[in-house]
Design a protein around this ligand. Structure first.
Ligand code: BGC
Length: 725
């Protein structure tokens, strides 16, 4: 008999429900106590999984209680939001996406897994795979931006990175693909609000990153808090049990979001805890995080006949199997026993600095204001985010301490010891007091250049951080305008460093500053990374993974929109456009400048006519015409001008990066299998239709900058392909 069968045979109902329960732990410093001390519950086997417990010692102690003092000795599963690092923070996920480098995406996850597992963590609630096209929603910072194809690449890289090649290894974490699905489409960008997307949007836009995660072997999936067209995801049997488990073959654990089972009552689909628990269990949710609805509601649900004992056993079996795959039965202390070496930690910080510098997106650089000229003697570093080490962490920071992060001021001082660097606050992030602007201006008069550090506080994005305005909060515009007015009058360069968890609609800032760097939240080494770019040690190479709006009224904004029957035409009032703002974004998806200057030419696509099982080879020549070595990112898009359903104006199908010295040129090659050209036909079945396909290659999603060729897909007898897996 297998270990799991034996355990299931021996377990009481309480012990079974314990395995389906996940509870938050209290302070790591106060000792091994969980919110209201549940050590007795662990001993009794009625809590089998923990979250939010940090520190090797408390983790070990609670694990010891579970293993040595509970009747069956089943080890705890200990989980945490390790989103972009554990103690050493990397750039927030949106920033890291700007690298368009799957190897880096994988390695940051690997490093985070090493660090967290060294303190006993076995599961991370990451990656977040929600497509985010509405920057009012704060959680875009936790994901990859607007494009599902990017989401698929990131999903694979993150699952590999967190889980490694062997989930039972001491440095592997179980990954959780969250929040399934379409959470990013909350009404009006308002957190936790209702979601209503079409089945086409769901299947073509929102689900593909999750499908990629499942194919990559993700251990766990977390349903979103939200409903989808009337059915809360936590109770969505169609999408959990039928689609995820049935169609995609996912056999891992489904863990609810925080108290989400309890919230089925507020959603208005369950009248009490027993019914809520029954709905979630029947839909396929295995672990109840924080609602205690399984522990206290399922016994009654059983009595009322709302669930069967077999359904409970099925969920318990999946949880035990995950614990087994994690190697917890073999050695519950495998994770958390060997502290990391100081060399490994130092190396990780160096990597965080390199990734940070590469995540910066240079939005503007007029008159080559950057890198800063060596001739400058005095620099003013001003603004509410200039000396704000703690803010550099972003909204999720696991065990990272505030003083472990480098501010812009500290980074620039370290990088430019010969320069006199003054600092001024100017204004706070979101208060109305402008009295400190005078001091900032006085210091500005005495300086040769200004680095203006503006933006959002880190908690203005992330969970529960929707904003109706996409402008800079507080009086930062007043500060900027005063500084820029003075600087313009005497020709001093103003470099704006913009911190945010979303693209901010600040055309006025882009207009007034000489150079603008989107610095997101870059983590532990933020200040050094920013200094590396400002001083020219590193050429910026980040590319925005979201279309950058001009005005909040443009959102949701994304390059993959479908065509209108009346495309925008300034000469035609009755066309699809705004009266007061352009349709296009301020910066297209993929925009980002470097210290090089690239020219793309000679797009070649072979063959010109493509069968269903063939692959296109796409080549383009890239030349660095600039005076400095730099990296270019090349994007591959397609468009179907004629199909049985309207197709997006651009669909991303690939990207590649290349580093070139001044004057150097090289050829970039991308592959595009015909299967990538499938889409859902009128009946929502995948089809590969015969006809023309435009192949568009270039530096961003601005059509004017793309090279184009057209190929033909040949009719392949039956044009219909079987659905994926
Ligand atoms: C968030 C999840 C997170 C969980 C546990 C929830 O509020 O929505 O993303 O994993 O808390 O911290």
């Amino acid at each position: 008999m297998s270990r799991i069968d034996a355990l299931l045979g021996a377990m009481t109902l309480t012990e079974k429900l314990g395995q389906l329960t996940m509870t938050a732990a209290g302070s790591a410093v106060t000792g091994p106590f969980i919110a209201g001390d549940s050590t007795d519950a662990i001993r009794a086997g009625s809590i089998g999984n923990l979250l939010n417990l940090m520190g090797a010692e408390p983790v070990r102690e609670l694990q010891r209680i579970a293993v040595e003092e509970s009747r069956l000795g089943i080890p705890l599963l200990i989980a945490l939001d390790v989103i972009h690092g554990y103690r050493t923070l990397f750039p927030v996920p949106l920033a890291e996406t700007a690298l368009f480098d799957p190897e880096v995406w994988e390695r940051t996850a690997r490093e985070a897994a090493r660090e967290a597992s060294a303190e006993g963590i076995a599961m991370t609630f990451a990656p977040m795979l929600d497509v985010a096209r509405d920057p009012r929603w704060g959680r875009g910072v936790e994901g990859f931006g607007e494009d599902p194809w990017v989401g698929g690449c990131l999903a694979r890289a993150k699952v590999r990175g967190y889980q490694g090649s062997d989930l039972s290894a001491a440095d592997a974490l179980a990954a959780v693909a969250k929040h399934y699905g379409a959470y990013g489409a909350v009404t009006a960008g308002r957190e936790y609000a209702a979601v209503d997307v079409s089945e086409r949007a769901l299947r073509e836009v929102h689900l593909p990153p999750f499908e990629a995660a499942v194919t990559a072997g993700v251990s766990s999936v977390m349903p979103a808090f939200t409903d989808l067209a009337g059915i809360p995801m936590t109770a969505h049997a169609g999408l959990l049990r039928e689609w995820l488990r049935g169609r995609l073959g996912f056999d891992g654990v489904i863990v609810s979001d925080y108290n989400a089972i309890g919230e089925l009552i507020a959603h208005g689909v369950a009248s009490d805890r027993a019914q809520a628990a029954a709905l979630a269990l029947r839909a396929g949710v295995d672990i109840d995080m924080m609602a205690d609805a399984y522990r206290y509601g399922l016994p009654e649900a059983l009595q009322r006949g709302l669930v069967s004992a077999a359904l409970i056993d099925e969920a318990v079996r999946r949880v035990l199997r995950l614990k087994e795959r994690l190697g917890l039965f073999e050695d519950p202390y495998r994770r958390g026993t060997s502290p990391e070496s100081s060399t490994a930690m130092a190396e990780r910080r160096r990597f965080a600095r390199a990734v940070g510098a590469r995540a910066i997106v240079m939005l503007k650089n007029a008159g080559d204001a950057l890198p800063l000229a060596d001739s400058l003697r005095r620099l003013l570093v001003v603004g509410p985010l200039a000396d704000a080490a703690a803010e550099m962490r972003g909204p999720w920071h696991a065990a990272a301490s505030a003083d472990g992060c480098v501010s812009v001021l500290a980074g620039l001082r370290a990088a430019l010891p010969q320069m006199r660097i003054e600092h001024a606050l100017g204004v706070d992030i979101d208060v109305e007091d402008t009295s400190a602007i005078a001091t900032a201006l006085r210091r500005c008069r005495q300086s040769d250049a200004v680095v203006l550090c503006l933006g959002e506080a880190s908690l203005m994005s992330g969970e529960a951080a929707s904003r109706a305005s996409l402008d800079l909060p507080g009086r930062q515009r007043t500060l900027t305008e005063s500084i820029c007015k003075h600087a313009r009058s005497c020709g001093k360069p103003v470099i704006a460093v913009l911190f945010s968890g979303r693209p901010l609609a600040v055309p006025w800032l882009i207009e007034q500053a000489d150079a603008v760097l989107a610095a997101w939240f870059l983590g532990a080494e933020a200040g050094h990374a920013i200094a590396d770019v400002i001083t020219g040690k590193v050429s910026p190479s980040g590319r925005t993974p979201v279309s950058w709006p001009r005005a909040v009224g443009q959102v949701p904004i994304f390059f993959g929109q479908r065509p209108s029957g009346r495309p925008a035409d300034p000469a035609n009032r009755y066309s699809s456009r705004y009266l007061d703002v352009a349709n296009d974004p301020l910066f297209a998806f993929g925009h980002g400048l470097s210290y090089g200057r690239f020219k793309l030419s000679s797009l070649r696509v072979t063959p010109e006519s493509l069968g269903a099982d063939e692959t296109l080879a796409i080549q383009v020549d890239v030349l660095n015409e600039g005076r400095r070595a730099a990296q270019e990112t090349v994007f591959l898009f397609t468009h179907r001008p004629l199909a049985s359903v309207t197709r997006p104006l651009l669909e991303l199908k690939g990207f590649a990066k290349i580093e070139l010295r001044p004057g150097e040129s090289a050829t970039v090659t991308l592959q595009l299998p015909a299967t990538e050209l499938r889409y859902l036909g009128p009946d929502l079945q995948p089809v590969l239709e015969a006809g023309a396909v435009e192949i568009l290659v270039g530096p961003c999603a601005d059509r004017a900058q793309l090279l184009q060729k057209t190929v033909q897909v040949r009719a392949s007898g039956a044009s219909r392909l079987p659905p994926p897996s």
